[in-house]
Design a protein around this ligand. Sequence first.
Ligand SMILES: O=C(O)C(=O)C[C@@H](O)[C@H](O)COP(=O)(O)O
Length: 283
Amino acid sequence: MTEIIVPILTPFNEKGEIDGEKVKTHVQNLLRKGVDIIFVNGTTGVGPALSKDEKRKMLDYVLDVTNKVIFQVGSLNMKEVLELVNYANERDIIAVASYPPYYFSIPKDFVVKYFKEICEASKHPVYLYNYPGATGKDVDVNLAKEIGCIKGVKDTNPDFAHTIRYKELGIKTYNGLENLAIASLSILDGTVVGAGNYMPELFSQLREYIKAGDMRKALDLQLKINEIDGTTIPYGKISSMYYLVKELQGYDVGVPRPPMYPLEEDKVKELIEKVRKIWNKSE
Ligand SMILES: O=C(O)C(=O)C[C@@H](O)[C@H](O)COP(=O)(O)O
């Protein structure tokens, strides 16, 4: 069966500290609602904004509930990357993952060396998190082939043809965009969806429609997902998720941490009204 992977958000308290109990409550609910794998320290989890200790803490909190985990270890500090890989080596998880070194302009062979170092150190399979829009680097199928040890890929890319090509390597292949979930769940090994934090049941339902061959219903549901996901953009997608989990899933996942700023009360009300209207529409 194709997999639904959620890059879990990171619940912070008012002091900006990770709230472990809220992490566990959230993971339990996601699994109950049909999510298969938790992607820890991804974009939605503000991975690049977490310290090494916070990245480790997030892994431990999630592992208290499930080992269906992909642990994102990427950093611009190679020592930190390798410490996180070694930390994961002592734990039972599906894989470690990393985005390529971002911000700096570096030759492709530095990217190859970066991933080869991770593969060398990791007892677990190493997945590529390819997100050219955020990192400025495209580790495409040819570069992944050159790296030679990539066992899976999450390609956050509107170019679905780009994503499909990773299947030439025979590796686990996912696309990370909500508006391509119908294609990812139909053709790839699954979908990675940040919006799965607050509407996991819609992605489970989408998979059911696809499995039943009910593509008309699947398409209508994909369009509803797109509308809801699109509604969050002006408010800040990641910040919006904290309020939408509380509204749609019924429990508190704390607050976002700057620079993902909390929303003003009037904006929260506006967002929820807009989403509720779409949510209550029948497909
Ligand atoms: O949060 C992650 O690690 C994900 O994979 C989702 C990721 O693909 C990201 O949320 C993509 O969404 P946008 O580019 O923010 O629309």
